[in-house]
Design a protein around this ligand. Structure first.
Ligand SMILES: NC(=O)c1ccc[n+]([C@@H]2O[C@H](COP(=O)([O-])OP(=O)(O)OC[C@H]3O[C@@H](n4cnc5c(N)ncnc54)[C@H](OP(=O)(O)O)[C@@H]3O)[C@@H](O)[C@H]2O)c1
Length: 272
């Protein structure tokens, strides 16, 4: 939260606005996501844009356990399942404006190498580095499948847009939970060439900002973007049937209906 406050202060100064606040959220905890959604519902009746950006890569003990407190594989819950729940719990606030609420999922080009077996999302037959890598790819594929399934929901047509993007190779802290910081090592080795081969975080954020603010994209949905450019429809790059199955499994895993009722109940109680 200290780093968040520091960033918020910088944004307040740069934007000359006081309307920048920090709130705690742990996407690796379904209860934390639910509590966060309750708080946001009370504080923020309308949401224009939701950017599902948070992510981790190859977390290892002692920095992180393989499973979360909910018992899910950590990369799947942090990178995808937490966002699935959050987006759905904030849906009323995203759909109550004049313009469709924009939902933006940050994936990676690595989604192409991902595979999902809904009966074995822990990838139990794999081990070590290979397992962690495949689990990261899986979580990034889940971001694309989520984008596709959500953008095809009939009841949300013209009420939300949902797109995903690859930020590119960006010099960030993505591997901070890995005890073997291969990514950091490669960054170190490539340091003299870094500015040629890696984006700065500011550059890496541009496609998210473009999808958030570009007026001509107010109705664009179900698309995959890279470098602020449309690459393809999600329906053309993923298995729509698998996307629907993942949606149903995620509803069950997160106990979405129960949590949605609890969030709505708390909102009514708060208002009365
Ligand atoms: N860097 C790349 O080259 C690259 C390439 C392709 C895709 N991506 C994707 O880009 C996105 C952003 O990653 P990044 O590279 O900017 O890495 P980063 O610097 O490590 O940022 C990741 C963010 O996720 C947050 N986060 C991690 N675990 C969380 C949790 N349990 N609950 C809430 N927030 C959590 C972190 O918050 P704290 O700071 O509070 O921990 C941090 O703000 C990720 O989805 C990643 O998969 C990155």
């Amino acid at each position: 939260m200290g780093r968040c406050e520091k960033a918020a202060k910088e944004i307040r100064i740069a934007a000359k606005s006081q309307h920048v606040v920090c709130r705690f959220l742990d996407l690796a905890s379904l209860d934390s996501v639910t509590n966060f959604a309750k708080m946001i519902n009370q504080e923020l009746p309308h949401i224009d844009v939701l950017i599902n950006n948070a992510g981790i890569m190859k977390p290892r003990p002692p920095k992180a356990t393989p499973l979360t407190e909910d018992g899910f594989e950590r990369q799947l819950e942090t990178n995808y399942l937490g966002h699935f729940l959050l987006t759905n719990l904030l849906m009323d606030n995203l759909t109550n404006g004049e313009q469709p609420g924009r939902i933006i999922n940050v994936t990676s080009a690595a989604y192409e190498r991902g595979s999902i077996d809904l009966e074995d999302v822990e990838k139990s037959s794999l081990e070590g580095e290979e397992k962690l890598t495949e689990l990261y790819y899986q979580s990034k594929l889940a971001n694309v499948l989520f984008t596709d399934a959500l953008s095809r929901k009939e009841e949300l047509k013209n009420r939300i847009t949902c797109n995903c993007l690859n930020p590119g190779v960006v010099h960030t802290n993505i591997d901070r939970y890995s005890s073997i910081p291969l990514y950091a090592l490669s960054v170190y080795l490539y340091k003299p060439f870094q500015w040629f081969i890696m984006k700065t975080p500011l550059q890496g954020a541009q496609t998210s900002l473009y999808l958030s603010t570009e007026p001509t994209l107010s109705k664009t949905t179900g698309r995959y973007f890279d470098d602020c450019e449309f690459v393809s429809k999600t329906s053309e790059i993923c298995d729509c049937e698998l996307a629907d199955k993942l949606w149903e499994a995620s509803k069950m895993w997160t106990r979405l209906d129960e949590r949605h009722t609890s969030v709505s109940h708390d909102l009514r109680e708060g208002k009365s």
